[in-house]
Each structure stands twice: as structure tokens, then as C-alpha cells.
Design a protein around this ligand. Structure first.
Ligand code: NAP
Length: 302
């Protein structure tokens, strides 16, 4: 099914975008080159950051994601290891592997690729990862660390968005920020990070009564919903910075976001495209987390 193209969107397509397009691919490349440089410096001191990815079963999307993560870590000079376990793996076997990785000093970051096959308890596995090796920043200890403002690995997607805002010259201090979505991996940590950066934060979700009005007040809009162009361009405040996390696959394979891009670009000061906005940053921030975990494991805090 094709999304409905509104009159505003048609007009916007004719006019062309007005906003600065925030190039996530370019920023991610910059982050990778910073990480590679830092990894070379660590290698000079005998430290090679190690990222171990655990994949269970044969989910094709997970296979693609893991391949990308391994490629990135090899390119920046990390030790990259994958444990691929069969779909019949038991909870005990998986927990034993996590315990083994927790005890291995060459492993600095552990990532268990989600979703796990049915019957495996994701939460128990995430909680079993040593918080000091939690490359995704999903361990409850690290969620708490974010909420009370102590250092630790941060969830990669919102951490990448903070970097994109900085690149776009957007300081959240004193701004009204709206985060649409309250998932544990994007919405909630995003709200915490914006709060930490001194924004006035609102979180919207499926029970929010007047989403257009909320969007209309936002200087910074982060849409993490998973619904094709749910946020209409005409709702967007003039001069807002718009970050579209949504990745919605249309019939035919085209990837589109949660925001009506062309029309929103007419009103926004800056906007992320889909694809090429938030996605590349999520991968890049995993490298940053692994690097920081390796540093924290070997170097005294400065
Ligand atoms: P999720 O766990 O499904 O959460 C979606 C959120 O959107 C929920 O909080 C839900 O509200 C809210 N929502 C649903 N319908 C709504 C509506 N009509 N109005 C307002 N809010 C509504 O999704 P997620 O994991 O956070 O991911 C969101 C999107 O980002 C997906 O498209 C995903 O593929 C994409 N994503 C991209 C990246 C990347 O690297 N680019 C990373 C992660 C996710 P309730 O809580 O009330 O149900």
C-alpha cells in the first residue's frame, strides 16, 4: 500500500527542501575515523578493544545487522568475534556463554543480538551481561546510570542522535523537545539524554490525545514510532530540528520514516533523511561504547 501524499507534501516536493539535511552517513564516517584513531593509540599501549556479538538462531535481519557491526569493528581495528548459536540453544547454554564472556579479559563489549528465538528470556540474558561490558547500554544498571547522570555506556540510537544535534548546531538547552515513542531502546533513553542536555522534554505515545499540538510546540522533534509518515509536515514548528528514527519498509522495499519528509523539510531548520540519517549513527555509536568500555577496563579514570 502506498502512503497518502497530502497536498502539502505535493507542494513541498515541487518547492524542494528548505531545511539543512543532517547527513548521518557523513557524521557516522567521522565518528568511525575518530574511533579508529583512538583505537590505534590504545593499540600502542597494548590494548585492543574487543567486541563480541552473540547471535542465536537464523533471523535474516539479525544476520545482516551482525555482519554490519562486525565489519565496522574490524575496520576500526577492534578484535571482532561472533558466537552464532543454533535455534535450539537453551537458556542455560546462553547464560553460560555470557558468563564465559564476562570472565574473558579480551572481551570489552558484549552484544546479544535481539530478538532472541521464542522460549529464551531476553531480560534474563541482558541482566546477566556484566554492566561494565554492556555494549548496548541496555543493562538495568546502565539504564539507572543514565537516569541519575553517572557515566556508562548509553543506548546507541539516542546517543547517535545527540551527536547529530550537535553537528546540526542545535544545543538542546532551554529548548522544548518532543520525543514520540517510549520504548526502552529509543524513546525513554532519548528523553533522559535530552533532559540531561537541559531541554524541556515531553514524551508522547499512542495514548497522547493531541499529537499535532504537541508537535507544533517542539523546537526539537524526535519521532521513534514505526509508522509510515504519521507525523505530518504541516504539524512541524517553523525552524524546528526534526530527527526521524522510523524505519518503515514499503511494498517494493523503499525505506521511509515516521515523518512526512518533504513537507516537514519546508518548515524545519534541519532534518534527518531516511535512510541516511539516524541509522548509520546507531552502528557508529556501538564502536564508541566499545572503545569507552575498553578504556575504562584498562586505564585509570582521569
Ligand atoms: P516500539 O518499541 O514499537 O515503540 C513505538 C512507540 O511509538 C511506542 O511507545 C508507541 O506508544 C508509540 N506509538 C505508536 N503509535 C503511536 C501513535 N499513533 N501516536 C503516538 N505514538 C505512537 O519501537 P522502537 O523500537 O522504539 O522503534 C521505533 C521506530 O524506530 C521503528 O520504525 C524502528 O524500526 C526504528 N528504529 C530505528 C533505529 C535506527 O537505528 N535508525 C533504531 C531503533 C529503532 P505505546 O508505548 O503507547 O505503545
Amino acid at each position: 500500500m502506498h502512503p497518502v501524499v497530502t497536498a502539502a507534501a505535493r507542494l513541498a516536493i515541487l518547492r524542494g527542501p528548505m531545511a539543512q539535511i543532517i547527513d548521518g552517513k557523513a557524521v557516522a564516517a567521522q565518528v568511525r575515523s575518530e574511533v579508529a584513531k583512538a583505537a590505534r593509540e590504545l593499540a600502542g599501549r597494548g590494548i585492543v578493544p574487543g567486541l563480541t556479538v552473540v547471535r542465536v538462531g537464523d533471523d535474516p535481519a539479525s544476520a545482516v545487522y551482525v555482519r554490519g557491526k562486525r565489519k565496522d569493528s574490524e575496520e576500526v581495528g577492534f578484535r571482532s568475534v561472533e558466537h552464532h548459536l543454533g535455534v535450539t540453544t537453551t537458556q542455560i547454554e546462553l547464560m553460560e556463554l555470557v558468563a564465559q564472556l564476562n570472565a574473558d579479559p579480551a572481551v570489552h563489549g558484549i552484544l546479544v543480538q535481539l530478538p532472541l528465538p521464542k522460549g529464551l528470556d531476553e531480560r534474563a540474558v541482558l541482566e546477566a551481561i556484566d554492566p561494565r561490558k554492556d555494549a548496548d547500554g541496555f543493562h538495568p544498571y546502565n539504564v539507572g546510570a543514565l537516569s541519575i547522570g553517572i557515566p556508562g555506556p548509553r543506548p546507541c540510537t539516542p546517543a547517535g542522535i545527540m551527536r547529530l544535534l550537535k553537528t546540526a548546531g542545535c544545543d538542546p538547552r532551554g529548548k522544548r523537545a518532543l520525543v514520540i515513542g517510549r520504548s526502552n531502546i529509543v524513546g525513554k533513553p532519548m528523553a533522559m539524554m535530552l533532559l540531561e542536555a537541559h531541554a524541556t522534554v515531553t514524551v508522547a505515545h499512542s495514548r497522547t490525545t493531541d499529537l499535532p499540538a504537541e508537535v507544533g510546540r517542539a523546537d526539537i522533534l524526535v519521532a521513534a514510532i514505526g509508522k509510515t509518515e504519521l507525523v505530518k509536515g504541516t504539524w512541524v514548528k517553523e525552524g524546528a530540528v526534526v530527527i526521524d528514527v522510523g524505519m518503515n519498509r514499503l511494498q517494493g522495499g523503499k525505506l521511509v520514516g515516521d515523518v512526512e519528509y518533504a513537507a516537514a523539510a519546508q518548515r524545519a531548520r534541519a532534518i534527518t533523511p531516511v535512510p541516511g540519517g539516524v541509522g548509520p549513527m546507531t552502528r557508529a555509536m556501538l564502536l564508541v561504547n566499545t572503545l569507552e568500555l575498553a578504556r575504562a577496563a584498562h586505564l585509570p579514570a582521569t
